[in-house]
Design a protein around this ligand. Structure first.
Ligand SMILES: C[S@@+](CC[C@H](N)C(=O)[O-])C[C@H]1O[C@@H](n2cnc3c(N)ncnc32)[C@H](O)[C@@H]1O
Length: 848
């Protein structure tokens, strides 16, 4: 991290392809060479020709001529087969495809026919379309095509809306089976805009028989911002989140709201298609993209699998003949081939722009560089007490540019305050007794010594570590770096009896506190062989001259991604009584767990596929660097108009005070619970019990999250915040991280999955109930999610929108926010429309 040089960061690589919807050539390795020479990385090819199209139209036409009108059978069913003789499309012939298997095939993206209509309400058209698709997929698979682009479902048929999506989804499932090595990309618009769904000459949709259509009622249809996402959700659900099923997303000239953009950002968009018409012209007449387009591309390119860009309708690839290409006309604003040959003329200005955009990609943030390859990768949680960390793991922690700085700052402030307030110390010499518990390889020890020197406050430094391997390094550092100033203790902190000081100077000898916790004698460290190093003033003292004292400041870093999930509360309980009972300080002083519901299709798909070999997979909280997720509950005001101003990237109708033009909406993250140290309220342990009760570390919460837009909830994203000392805080909460500890890299968030995704209605509510449970031997979590729709009690009152929340920042204002959430929806009845299983990580609970 320290050696990072931004100028050497290569940034994301763009893979750019060329699409022409009626390419009429056989692609050979020579053609591919031509494509590469033009600076494109790949190209598309249609699977079938216009000859095939004409053949199917002819077939349909003669079939319809001889067909009886559809009739009802004797039970009143207007059946699909009873009244139609099956129409079978004969297999492909030579003239039906230019595609032929050769060395170039693997570098092509095949495109299936856009003139079919798998969603047609007329079963004849739907079935004919299905046959066409199957013939094309089968031939593409035979030729060795690796990627297929499939035009998305037609959503509007007269008054019918989205009725045929399930037929489409069913056909895609068949296609996935027919082409087992093909990656399928469903080509979708970002929003459902009925006006852009127009039929062109030769399309099958208008040939649907009137008997199967419901005439439109004449009311103009509105843009549905999440309409195409809805269709995609149905398609991928039908195929059970298939690992070879992706989105090809078409970027319109006017981008939809950031809510819609953020949703697509969370989906597996592997192709981003940009039509020539989506470009603007700069002052010199060259094609450029708006700021909001650039921002969306930049975000997409930072995903674990960056999408390929497909330029459509931007004129031909120089040197490739395609006289009948209708797309080439669209580029007439730009130089023709003959013009291109003239000096200084760029024959591919759109491509040049995209290549230039690649060079101008913003530098990656510290966490992005650190997490390369870890985005959306599920990591099993740690068992920190039973498993000893490797040196390399500590080394990774130690690269954090913020965490250790902040700890040093916190220790410095605590020491300064101690001295300024003239508080008595636990050491006879007046030194502040400071112990780092769970010292690892010692970075916090180094920082504590530095803070003491800077503050000019002398400390008696102790370091406790249970990992015997890390302890070897602590011994070495004490000799080489710390000048023997540190007393090292190799022990589980829960068995440590506390620091010792020369006897004569203390007014009273303390009890061996570790024993009072009831930890077995076998766990207690043995004096002499465990303690190493030289404590400054009593290095030569014999055991008899020493007595136990308190630690004035205990410093620890035992936090997990969800604050308490690596058992910091249980470990610190073990040293609770060692802390100076009057003035003692724990750094951290407190920490809290936070969460928010998310749509996370990639993570859901991974969990589903892991479940095959591990039934506990959906009951496991995972550590994961969340990237391709969409926050379902946000604090920003949605725009009323689904477009943003394309030329300057500002949102034409966004009320002031809302989020910026290119930032995704801010999540509504709420606090689940918190822990404070030292804990003066641990109940006395019962002498009747052989084990220590951990009941005081149980927690429970039930939180309501208003959801503005419809979506699918796949799980909960968890974060933490901690107050180290005073105003020195660390946070992974996306709402507060920037303010409290920007660029901190030590922790990824946690993800609590749901076995089955829950669909969320527009202006609905997501209610999450969560528990931190214990049986005194281990700790685990339980979580459950419910979804509610709001039903009006008073029909004249409009449904309240769900975006009036304030961002979560601390535990204190939690109650206010909960009440606000309830209050703002008064007058409405909640109707539960979905409920998840009660998930439990008990099987993989964290052993105490
Ligand atoms: C997350 S690491 C932090 C290490 C180091 N303080 C740092 O910040 O780089 C937590 C350390 O605490 C140690 N640890 C965890 N539980 C402990 C316990 N009960 N007693 C002693 N050490 C413990 C682990 O072995 C590990 O070295």
């Amino acid at each position: 991290m320290e050696n990072y040089n931004p100028s050497e960061d290569p940034g994301p690589t763009f893979c750019v392809g060329h699409h022409e919807h009626n390419r009429m050539i056989t692609v050979t390795p020579r053609v591919i060479q031509n494509v590469h020479e033009s600076n494109y990385d790949m190209m598309t090819v249609p699977i079938t020709t216009s000859h095939f199209h004409s053949r199917v139209l002819g077939l349909l036409s003669s079939y319809l001529t001889n067909l009886q009108p559809p009739a009802y059978d004797n039970v009143g069913t207007r059946a699909t087969t009873a009244n139609t003789r099956p129409l079978v499309v004969p297999s492909l012939s030579k003239a039906d495809s230019y595609l032929t298997p050769n060395d170039a095939t693997s570098q092509l993206v095949g495109v299936t026919s856009s003139w079919i209509d798998l969603c047609s309400p007329d079963p004849l058209i739907a079935d004919l379309s299905r046959q066409v698709l199957m013939l094309e997929v089968a031939y593409a698979a035979f030729c060795g095509i690796g990627y297929l682009l499939i035009p998305g479902p037609k959503l509007h048929h007269g008054a019918l809306h989205s009725e045929g999506v399930i037929y489409y989804a069913r056909a895609i499932q068949d296609a996935l089976n027919l082409g087992p090595y093909i990656q399928f990309h469903i080509w979708l618009q970002m929003v459902d805009n009925p006006e852009t769904e127009v039929d062109t000459m030769g399309d099958l949709a208008p040939l649907a028989r009137a008997d199967f259509l419901e005439p439109s009622d004449g009311i103009p249809l509105k843009v549905d911002p999440f309409g195409t996402w809805d269709a995609w959700d149905a398609i991928r659900k039908t195929s059970k989140y298939h690992t070879r099923l992706f989105v090809a997303l078409s970027m319109p000239k006017q981008l939809p709201s950031l809510f819609v953009q953020s949703r697509w950002h969370s989906e597996p968009v592997h192709l981003l298609t940009i039509d020539g018409s989506a470009f603007l012209k700069n002052q010199k007449g060259y094609p450029v993209l708006s700021k909001s387009h650039q921002a969306l591309i930049a975000k997409m390119m930072r995903l674990r699998t960056a999408p390929w860009i497909l330029l459509c309708g931007v004129g031909p690839i120089p040197g490739l003949e395609n006289s009948e290409d209708p797309d080439s006309n669209q580029a007439s604003d730009y130089p023709s081939l003959s013009q291109a040959s003239k000096k200084h003329h760029d024959p591919t200005p759109h491509l040049s722009y995209i290549r230039n955009l690649q060079q101008r990609q913003p530098q990656r943030t510290a966490i992005e560089r650190f997490g390369t390859g870890y985005q959306d990768y599920l990591q099993a949680p740690l068992q920190p007490l039973t498993v000893n960390l490797e040196s390399i793991t500590y080394e990774v922690f130690e690269k954090d540019p913020i965490k250790y700085e902040w700890y040093e700052k916190a220790i410095y402030k605590a020491l300064k305050d101690w001295a300024d307030q003239k508080k008595p110390t636990s050491h006879p010499d007046g030194k502040v007794v400071l112990a780092v518990v769970g010292a690892g390889r010692g970075p916090l020890v180094t920082r504590a010594l530095k803070a003491s020197a800077e503050a000019g406050v002398e400390i008696d430094m102790w370091a406790v570590e249970k990992n015997q391997n890390a302890f070897v390094l602590l011994q070495r550092h004490n000799e080489t770096i710390w000048g023997g100033k540190v007393t090292l203790v190799q022990s589980d902190m829960r068995a440590w009896k506390g620091p010792r000081v020369p006897k004569q100077a203390t007014s009273e000898a303390k009890e061996a506190v570790g024993e009072s916790l009831g930890i077995g004698e076998s766990l207690l460290h043995k004096k002499g062989d465990a303690e190493q190093g030289n404590a400054s003033t009593f290095a030569q003292s014999s055991d008899a001259d020493l007595c136990y004292t308190h630690a004035d400041i205990i410093v620890s870093e035992l936090l997990g991604s969800f604050a308490d999930n690596e058992l910091s509360p249980e470990c610190l309980d073990g040293v609770n009584d060692l802390i100076n009972p009057v003035h003692g300080i724990s750094i951290p002083a407190s920490y809290s767990a936070h969460f928010t519901p998310v749509s996370a299709p990639k993570l859901h798909s991974d969990v589903v596929h892991q479940t095959v070999s591990n039934p506990a997979a959906p009951e496991t909280p995972y550590v994961v660097m969340l990237h391709a997720i969409d926050f379902l509950s946000t604090t920003d005001t949605p725009t009323t108009n689904e477009t943003s101003n394309a030329s300057d990237g500002t949102r034409s109708s966004t009320p002031s005070g809302s989020f910026t033009a290119t930032e995704f909406p801010t999540p509504f993250v709420q606090t689940a619970w918190s822990f404070s140290h030292p804990n003066r309220h641990i109940p006395a342990q019962s002498p009747m019990q052989s084990t220590i009760s951990n009941a005081h570390n149980v927690r429970q919460t039930r939180l309501t999250f208003p959801a503005q837009n419809r979506g699918a909830c796949h799980g909960l994203a968890g974060y933490f915040e901690t107050v180290l000392y005073g105003d020195v805080e660390l946070s992974t909460n996306p709402v507060t991280m920037e303010d409290k500890s920007a660029s901190m890299i030590s922790w990824f968030p946690i993800y609590f999955p749901l076995k089955t995704p829950l669909n969320v209605p527009e202006n609905g509510e997501i209610v999450a109930t969560m528990y931190r449970q214990t049986d005194d031997r281990k700790v685990w979590y339980e979580w459950m999610v419910e979804v509610y729709a709001l039903e009006r009690i008073n029909s004249s009152k409009p449904i309240p929108t769900a975006h009036s929340q304030t961002a979560s920042s601390s535990v204190d204002n939690l109650k206010t926010k909960e009440n606000a959430a309830k209050g703002s929806r008064a007058g409405y009845r909640r109707v539960r429309v979905g409920i998840s299983d009660l998930h439990s990580s008990i099987k993989d609970g964290c052993l105490m």
